[in-house]
Structures are given as C-alpha cells and as structure tokens.
Design a binder for this molecule. Sequence first.
Ligand code: NA7
Length: 536
Amino acid sequence: MVKPDENDKELDAIVIGAGFGGLYALHYLRDHMKLNVKGFDGAGDVGGTWWYNRYPGARVDAPSTPFYAYTFSKELVDEWDWSETQSSSDQVRAYLEHVTEKFDLRRSIQFDTWVEDAAFDEASQRWVIRTHTGGQFTSRFLICAVGALFVAHKPDYPGIDDFAGPCHHTGRWPHEPVSFAGKRVGVIGTGSSGIQAIPEIAKEAAHITVFQRTPQFALPARNRTMVAGETTQYQDNWDDHRHSMRRRGGWPFATTKLRASEATAEERLARFEEMWDLGGINLLINSFSGAVVDPELNEEISEFVRGKIRGIVADPDVAQKLMPDYHIGTKRMILDNGYFETYNRDNVTLVDLRQEPILAFTATGAETAAGEYPLDMLVLATGYDAVSGSMLNLNPRGRDGVSLEQKWEDRFTTNFGINVAGFPNLFMIHGPGSPGVFFSMPLGAELQVQWIGDSIRHLQEQRYATIETTPEAETAWDEEIQQIANGTLYPKTNSWYLGANIPGKPRQFLGHLRGSQYFDQLAEVAEQGFEGFVFK
Ligand code: NA7
C-alpha cells in the first residue's frame, strides 16, 4: 500500500476513487497504456460505495450474478464464482479485493486520503491536486471515479443532531458490528437501503419504527444460492454472454417482446403471476414490453403489486399506508427480501409521514404531528445526492479558475457524462448523462474507461496537450438525455433520477436510459475522430 504522499509527485494520470470504475481505470491506464498513474481514496481500502454500505441486509439492488462484475478479463470471470443470485455487500467487497490483488493495484493507491482541491493550471496544462494529508501532486489527466451514490443525504429535521443515541446513515455504516438487541430503533427512509435493512433490524431490535415519506413498490428478490453448473454455464458461453451485455446496455438477459394489447385480461394476470413468482425485476421488464412507457400497462402492473401488498400485510390500515401511488419502475425498482412481511411482526410500527410529519427530534426520540416515538437508535436510510453530488463534493476548478459548482449552478452539463466544457483532460466515470445507474454497471464503467484511454491515445499520437468538449456538444447531449427520458414515464415521478430528493437541486434527468445506444455512440465518436471534443 502506498504511504501518504510518497512516490512521484508528477504523474501522467490521477484516479480519484477505488470502486469499480476507479480500479479499472487504474489498471487500464497503468497496465495497458503504461502511464504513470496514482490512485487516491478517502476510504481505508478498495470498494467505493461498497466500502461504506455495510448495513444489515446490504446487497446489490438487482439480480446481480453474473452481470455485476467486470467483463474485461476472461481469466477473472473463470476464477470467481459468485455464491448468490443477488450479491451481498460483503461478497462484492471480497470480489473487488480479489481483483485488486490479482492486478496488483494496491501499490498504486493511497488510501485514507481525501483530495481536497483539484485545479487546472493553464501554464503547465496540468492538474494540480492537494490532499488533506498535505500532499501536492500534478498530472496531465484527472480521472474522477468518485461514485454516483456517494454523498450521503442527511435530512435536516429540527433537533436531529440533538438525538442522544447512535445515529447511522446506511451509506456510512460503521465497520464495527452494530447491535440492535433490546433497542427501539427508528428508521427514516424506505428506498432500496431502508427496504433491505428493515427486515434484518426487525429480527433483532426490541422495536422498530419506520418513518415512511413515500410508499414504495418492491418486488420479491427471491435471492438464492447459485446452483451447481449455473456459474460454469455463463463462464463457458462467455463470448455470447459478453456480447449480450454489450448489446443490451449492460443487462445480459433478453427482455420480452410480448405486447399487452395482444393478451386478454386473464392472460395478462397469469403472466404477472408467473413473473412475480420468478422474482427479481421480471414483473416489470418481462411481463410485457414497455412497462415504463405505456401508462395503461404500468397501471395494471402497479395495481397487481398493490394487490400483492394487501395480500401480504395482515393489518388493512398498515397495508393502506404502504400503497404506492406512483408509476411502478419510475423510482428505482426495489427488490426485497421479506420487506412487506415484516409489517406482520408485532415489534414493527409504520409511521406515515404524509399523515403525521416529523416536527422535530429530541434527545430521546421523534415528535410527529400525531405524537412522540421514543427511540434508542436512529438509522438514516435517506439516500444520496446522487450522480452529481460526488463531483460537486470534489468541486474541481477548470479553465480561468471556474469551479464545477459555478459551471453547474443551474444544470449538470456534460458530454457523454464523461467530460465538461472548461475542464480539459478531466474525465468522469458515471457522471451526469451516463447510463451507469441504469443496469449499465460495471460494463458502462469499463467502456467509459476504454474510451478515455482511446482519447488519450489520440491526443498523444497527434501531440496535443488537452482534450475538452464544447458547450454546443453539451447542449446537444443534454437535449438527447431529456428527450429519451421524456419518452418514458420516469419524469412523472419525484426520484433521485431527477434530483428531486435533494432540496434545491436543479431538476433534470441525470442518466442516459438507453445503455446500448450509448455504448454505440461512444464507439462511433472514438472511431470518427472525437466529434464534439476539441484537442489543443
Ligand atoms: P433512496 O432510494 O434515495 O431512498 C431514500 C429514502 O429516504 C426514500 O424513501 C426517501 O423518501 C426517504 N427520505 C429522503 N429524505 C427524507 C426525509 N427528509 N424525510 C423522510 N424520508 C426521507 O436511497 P437508498 O439509499 O435507499 O438507495 C439509493 C440507491 O442505492 C438505490 O436507488 C439503488 O440504486 C442503490 P422519498 O421517496 O424521496 O419520498
């Protein structure tokens, strides 16, 4: 492991972040392109968001095997056997540790080190970064693999800091075991993290009170251990599998072409039942084609799931509070492992914040408009300032000293979610306008890194100093992203996809919904001389 601020101070490239994107960027630029590269991460080891997400029940929020893994090395694919269909946080970390060992990445990463300042120096055409440990480094290229879900969002309820018991955010979970035994635990938030954690906490706590702002749709994950032969099946057919992932935007499985309009109501219901039993996100993407585009089909699936919730939750009043009233799938689709069943336990209380908003916290609990809830511990499952937040947290300064915060005051403009006009030689992995958060991880990160490598090669061959996109290309990219999103039901729902979870955040759709189209466009732009980017 690299000791603080030692080694070369003048580098070809600096990679910030040691999650999926950053580790691959480091490997690719160092080992394939033979650049002098150094990585930094504020965490104590590799993992990125998985370094922090250790709350009980933490898992990938999709059926993850075999696609939530790198594709670039067949050897790596062959030597790693995933044990479950929906990987746990521990498993993902173990995998990333294995990758780190295999490619000898630790020797190039300085952990426990926050990059406090990053500024482009016009005179030398280099990025100058300063770390919180007092180090200063310069490099030609700056790769920001700082994570789409990194900056934890903490609600600003009056008195929340006065709460005297332990208070843990799911995205900043302690590394030491947290015991809930004998405790009255309050959980705020029912997104993927809350819905994964609540059933686990309920098993151990004396009592759990769930503070719910928006009732959520969740589908049964039906997580299970991989059966014999399942892993070898995709290992043996790796070329096909990889090709499918590439063609389907990172998601390796075929989705249905069946049309709801060609089935009777009974046939549709039978199909919904079949997909519900199959579990995962099948109900949404494999019942019939177009569930997040066609409002009628969407409502039929939404109503089907509401019926399932009514069937699972014994108390009709509690079930009513849990009824989601948005278009299913337009907030991040949640997979659960016994979430709704948890409300049948007698140590669980559901507080509907639409009926009784939280007024304040005290040292000993929460006060809502309807009463007091004594608590010993608080769990904040309140999500992230997603996609743009981690870049703004870094807040690099580009040409003329203009900061990203100034540039992005009203809108998160990028080209391909990779580069920003005015920030030469700065590259983002999964920046705003990328498909990364829509099932394109980690393949999306790999292809972005390879594209970054191609652009650096081009720059070196032509003896240029910098590459940078243009404001015109950013506007065109923004329009494309919004146009694709506007053809779906997504923008109709308040979600972190739109920045709607963070007070005051500009509203715009933050991701590219068509991963395969994005992958094609990346390849085309590289092949055709990087249109939309200026080399100087
Ligand atoms: P999410 O999906 O953003 O969920 C956060 C939850 O917290 C959600 O239920 C929010 O309600 C709720 N929330 C946020 N702020 C408040 C306040 N002030 N009061 C009450 N409730 C609040 O974050 P997760 O960590 O669960 O998941 C993030 C991603 O990680 C997920 O999408 C996967 O991709 C993996 P809301 O729905 O906004 O009304």
